[in-house]
Write a protein that binds this ligand. Structure first.
Ligand code: ASP
Length: 316
């Protein structure tokens, strides 16, 4: 039994309004990686950690998602990326904060996981560590897309003050422009029954310089143990304050997966944490709930079928 689920961010209020012109490209990215990596998971050529790392790398390369190339810009118009990964069997983990010159931040996190210590590295030390492990570097120019520049300009013009610190400002990206969403994540169950989770993001447009969301925080944005693997997306501060990803693992010990996941999203909501999550379990269940208008998401099942979705319905 193998499973691979991915998300490409959640956002928006109100009823589903249908796909935009850019959405087919996002769906194609998720479909391709699920077919490719799902097959490799099923035939045992990659384990859960490698599957979630490669899945997140594929989405970091897709400029329409907010991770790696195409990350959103902070209050000063710069990219700083966060990522984390965790393995369920031994709770090994790796995380990076504020990476600025690496093509695949999640790959640095995976090197930290395999090395075993330390769990987290921040800033240029994280980029340097990645470089020492042969992780591909990337220039600011390559990482920054015209779309993100335009969104940042719009954000700055609308807000007048640089450096938004309150949640209303941080939310602007998610509520105003659909193209601003797109934190990415993956969870997997491999042929040996191992679980892993990974998440990667550029954060939120106009975030204060140095702001860290839930994505690199083990237990908040990412969690894996011997029963469940979880990756979250949404307003990070709320997921940190409710320790959301780990909260799902705790809930699931005493209640069905779907109920446990809904409880986490209900707990996050009062803190302004609209969003969603994906989770797979050791006994072969998968859930991909969200409380926003949409969540980019996809699932590879053991029988080789792939489904993807943005609004309420999943599609083959
Ligand atoms: N959770 C991410 C953060 O707060 C953003 C997102 O998932 O959209 O940085």
């Amino acid at each position: 039994m193998v499973l691979l689920a991915v998300h490409g961010g959640a956002g928006g209020d109100g009823p589903w309004r249908g796909m935009t012109d850019a959405d087919p490209q996002r769906l194609a990215c998720m479909r391709a990686l699920l077919n490719n990596l799902g097959t490799r998971l099923a035939n045992g050529t990659i384990d859960a950690v490698e599957a979630v790392t490669l899945a997140v790398e594929a989405m970091e390369d897709e400029p329409l998602f907010n991770a790696g190339r195409g990350s959103v810009l902070d209050a000063e118009g710069r990219i700083s990326m966060d990522a984390s990964v965790m393995r369920g069997t031994d709770k090994a983990a790796g995380a990076v904060i504020g990476v600025e010159r690496t093509r695949h931040p999640v790959r640095i996190a995976t090197h930290l996981l395999h090395q075993g210590w330390p769990v987290m590295l921040a800033g240029s030390a994280a980029d340097d560590f990645g470089e020492s492990k042969g992780v591909e570097k990337a220039s600011t120019d390559w990482l920054t897309t015209d779309l993100r520049q335009a969104q940042w300009q719009k954000w700055r013009d609308a807000k007048l003050k640089p450096g938004a610190t309150d949640e209303e400002d941080a939310l602007l990206d998610h509520d105003g422009e659909r193209e601003g969403w797109g934190t990415v994540g993956a969870v997997a169950l491999d042929a040996n029954g191992q679980l892993a989770a990974a998440t990667s993001t550029g954060g939120m447009t106009g975030k204060p310089v140095g702001r860290v969301g839930d994505t690199p925080i083990i237990g908040a944005g990412t969690w894996a143990d011997d029963r469940i693997a979880v990756s979250c997306t949404g307003v990070g501060e709320a997921f940190i304050r409710t320790v959301a990803a780990h909260g799902l693992a705790v809930n699931h010990r005493t209640m069905p997966l779907r109920t446990a996941a809904q409880k986490v999203l209900d707990e996050v909501k009062p803190f302004g944490g609209r969003g969603g999550l994906i989770a797979v379990t050791q006994d072969g269940q998968a859930v991909l709930p969200f409380q926003t208008m949409l969540m980019y998401r996809g699932l590879y099942r053991n029988d080789g079928t792939v489904s993807v979705g943005i609004g309420p319905e999943m599609m083959p």
